[in-house]
Design a binder for this molecule. Structure first.
Ligand code: GLC
Length: 746
């Protein structure tokens, strides 16, 4: 029999057996809803809302060290599960949660890098229910008419989270495991990466070329080759003067993000190894010896991030990065991944040295390790000295590493927002890091599947997600890169990255026409910054993802459950990428409401499918009727200009829109130093009223002049008022414009 605890409002915690976790990721929770009941009826758990059973337990059992519970929720479709291959609706699937690096992202690959043992059961006309298996151990799920939730443990702790809407479940789940903090504004810009820009002059040349080609960009990444023989927290021969390098980059307006893998090279002459060894910081095998695995530097030991003193040592070790001007940290290989076996390892290194790495071999080596996860052979120790088998820690290994990395920012960059990018993670990883979806390939199939993967992550609480634009493995061509960049401009995290040995993938790699298209969409991303930043603010506040599936608009419409190749970006933008080569049009399903093609103002009606043109340099983007899109001036990088102008495009006749701004870099917003404005526009018979008010005014704003554009204003305008006062307007027969200074209004 489980124990049932009402957490508050609409969440119940149900514990079967005696589960144990080395770390609890949940937070205190409050909620006003009280309609949900969770009871045992005839020895079985029932979740009841408004007198109707919505979830009922069928069975619970222990078998071979696995504790399972089976439930039914009639006609359920399943969403979430964190990072999983496949389409949005995960009905009829079997999943395992065990953080794993396997770079061959085949359609049925499972598990992947991140484990979020959480999903949402949805069915038309029923309240959506979230189920979070709060287990850091390996967990298993089966979905169908019934669903099974299992854990490699002596029991299982479940949180049952009532919606009723899907977005409510996501919001409540993030209240339980934590929300994203406001990221640094620059991390919303375009970012350029490659494995590797391996000399300081190469990285600088890339930065200069971006500027001279007028391609806005905020960040250059340094992959493993910046280090001395892949020893983490060192700078190699090719980056002899890291400080002057970073200063030059700063002059050009670039931030630098460096990769850090958890594997520490076993090398008696290496400071980090020596200090780790003297702290006895490394994960052990069952015999008590430091566990050794091969990664890029060769033989490595792995920090036991379960211990707080080890996390502190790791945080301190970032000194060599931050004192040399590094702005962000990229945590990779943190499942942890190990390229195993001596023979395969030596083959990989031989090829790497020749610059001819063969991904098939790397994939095989990693896949080999995937089967041999050492879950029982490796052990960790917690702060109280208790020993935990690796299988109970593996899924939070990267989560704990990200905690340590955040601590490093607190140590060396007080009052600056951290930027951490991670490949692996666990439920709640958004508290510490942004996530990218790992080693995809330059395939059209991967361009397409990145949409449901990122939306699945968003529905699992991780809002700041993105993909290697252009594809990591394999060789991109210009058309694929152009299409992927058009789509990537509307993902929360926007970075072009590619693997060693593959075709170059910088924006200029495929000639002028492709570069022009790429520039056009990167510039649109920068123009949309005020809109995007505001969407991030609401995600930080409410947990609702920035990138969302269409079913968020109407969960009673089952048609929306299988729309995998369109998505919402914030409240008002619908994106319908081209996902096939040579395609210059596609069909687009228009969901609830009326939607306006951003390119030409064409209006589309709900619940219809349209054939929409999209030549190579265009991606179909639709704006919800009666909404506002906030834009700003062009910039080379997000924080380039101290003052900027604001453009507010109004689609339709009446709209309410919100604009958030703060300094973009510090933690001062937490103390109220931010502005949140509400813009409201109403139509009169012969004019418009505009009302602007500050819901919070705690920061000297960046936006100076405001230009409001009433697109397709249908009437002869006689009068426009702004906060009750008449204001001059200009009507060109189509668009009505008004202009004013922000400081005159607020
Ligand atoms: C892993 C990462 C990839 C990185 C490479 C070398 O495969 O996923 O992004 O470029 O390692 O560090």
């Amino acid at each position: 029999m489980p124990t049932i605890e009402k957490i508050n409002g609409s969440i119940f915690k149900v514990v079967y057996g005696n589960p144990t976790n080395p770390v609890d990721v949940t937070l205190p929770y409050e909620d006003a809803y009280s309609g949900l009941k969770c009871e045992e009826i005839n020895g079985k758990l029932q979740v009841i809302d408004a007198g109707k059973t919505i979830i009922s337990e069928k069975d619970s059992k222990v078998d071979g060290g696995i504790f399972s519970v089976t439930f039914s929720y009639e006609n359920a479709h399943f969403f979430g599960f964190g990072e999983k291959m496949g389409y949005l609706d995960k009905r009829g699937k079997h999943f395992k949660m065990q953080n794993m690096d396997n770079p061959l992202h085949t359609p049925d690959l499972d598990p992947m890098y991140i484990s979020i043992p959480f999903f949402i059961a949805v069915s038309p006309k029923k309240p959506a229910m979230g189920i979070f298996a709060n287990s850091t151990s390996y967990t298993f799920f089966k979905t169908g008419n019934d669903f099974d939730v299992s854990a490699k443990d002596d029991g299982i702790e479940l949180y049952l989270i009532y919606g009723p809407k899907v977005q409510d479940v996501v919001g409540k789940f993030t209240q339980l495991v934590g929300k994203m903090e406001m990221p640094p504004a620059w991390s919303l810009g375009y970012q350029q990466s490659r494995w590797s820009y391996s000399t300081a002059s190469e990285a600088l040349d890339i930065a200069k070329k971006l500027r001279s080609d007028d391609i806005p960009c905020d960040v250059i990444y340094l992959d493993i080759d910046y280090m001395d023989g892949y020893r983490v927290f060192t700078w190699g021969e090719n980056f002899k003067a890291p400080k002057s390098f970073s200063q030059e980059m700063k002059k050009l307006g670039f931030k630098i993000v460096t990769i850090i893998d958890p594997g520490v090279k076993v090398d008696e002459n290496y400071e980090i190894y020596k200090s780790g060894k003297s702290l006895d910081a490394f994960v052990k095998d069952r015999s008590g010896k430091d566990f050794t695995g091969y990664v890029w530097p060769g033989r490595c030991n792995f920090p036991d991030f379960l211990r707080s003193d080890v996390r502190e040592w790791w945080a301190k070790s970032h000194k060599s990065l931050f004192e040399n001007g590094v702005d962000g940290v990229w945590n990779d290989m943190n499942e942890p991944a190990i390229v195993w076996t001596d023979s395969k390892t030596s083959k990989v290194f031989e090829l790497m040295q020749k610059g001819e790495i063969d991904f098939q071999i790397l994939g095989e080596a990693k896949a080999f390790f995937a089967q041999e996860d050492f879950g029982d052979e490796i052990v960790h120790k917690d702060d109280k000295g208790k020993i935990w088998p690796h299988f109970k820690v593996r899924n939070i290994y990267a989560y704990l590493e990200a905690m340590a990395t955040k601590q490093a920012f607190e140590m060396y960059k007080p009052n600056k927002r951290p930027f951490i990018l991670t490949r692996a993670g666990f439920a709640g990883i958004q508290k510490y890091a942004a996530v990218w979806t790992g080693d995809n390939s330059s395939w059209w199939e991967h361009l397409e599947i990145e949409m449901p993967i990122s939306m699945g992550l968003g529905m699992s609480g991780v809002a700041f997600t993105g993909t290697d634009v252009g594809g990591f493995g394999g060789n991109a061509d210009g058309e694929l890169l152009a299409r992927w960049t058009e789509m990537g401009a509307f993902f929360p995290f926007f970075r072009n990255h590619s693997a060693i040995g593959t075709s170059r993938q910088e924006p200029w790699s495929f000639g002028k026409q492709i570069e022009d298209t790429i520039r056009k969409y990167i510039k649109l991303r920068y123009a949309l910054f005020p809109y995007i930043y505001t969407a991030f603010y609401f995600s930080h506040k409410d947990g609702v993802p920035v990138m969302r599936p269409l079913l968020f608009l109407d969960q009673d419409n089952e048609n929306l459950y299988s729309i995998n190749d369109e998505f919402l970006f914030g409240d008002s933008i619908l994106v319908a990428p081209i996902t096939r080569p040579n395609a210059t049009w596609r069909t687009v399903y228009i969901p609830k409401g009326k939607w306006i093609d951003m390119r030409n103002g064409n209006l589309y009606e709900e619940d219809h499918v349209y054939k929409i043109d999209a030549p190579l340099d265009e991606i179909p983007i639709f704006i919800k009727e009666n909404s506002m899109i906030f834009k700003t001036d062009p910039a080379n990088y997000i924080l380039e200009k101290e003052k900027m102008n604001l453009y507010v495009d109004i689609y339709g006749q009446e709209a309410v829109g919100y604009l958030y701004e703060d300094d973009g870099e510090t933690l001062d917003y937490k103390a109220g130093k931010y502005n949140l404005y509400e813009f409201a526009v109403g139509a009169l018979s012969q004019g418009y009223t505009i009302g602007i008010k500050a819901l919070n005014h705690g920061y000297v704003g960046k936006y100076k002049k405001v230009q409001m554009n009433f697109l397709n204003a249908p009437r002869q305008i006689i009068e426009v008022t702004l906060n009750g006062k008449k204001i001059e307007s200009h009507f060109d027969g189509k668009t009505l414009k008004v202009e004013f200074e922000m400081e005159d209004v607020i």
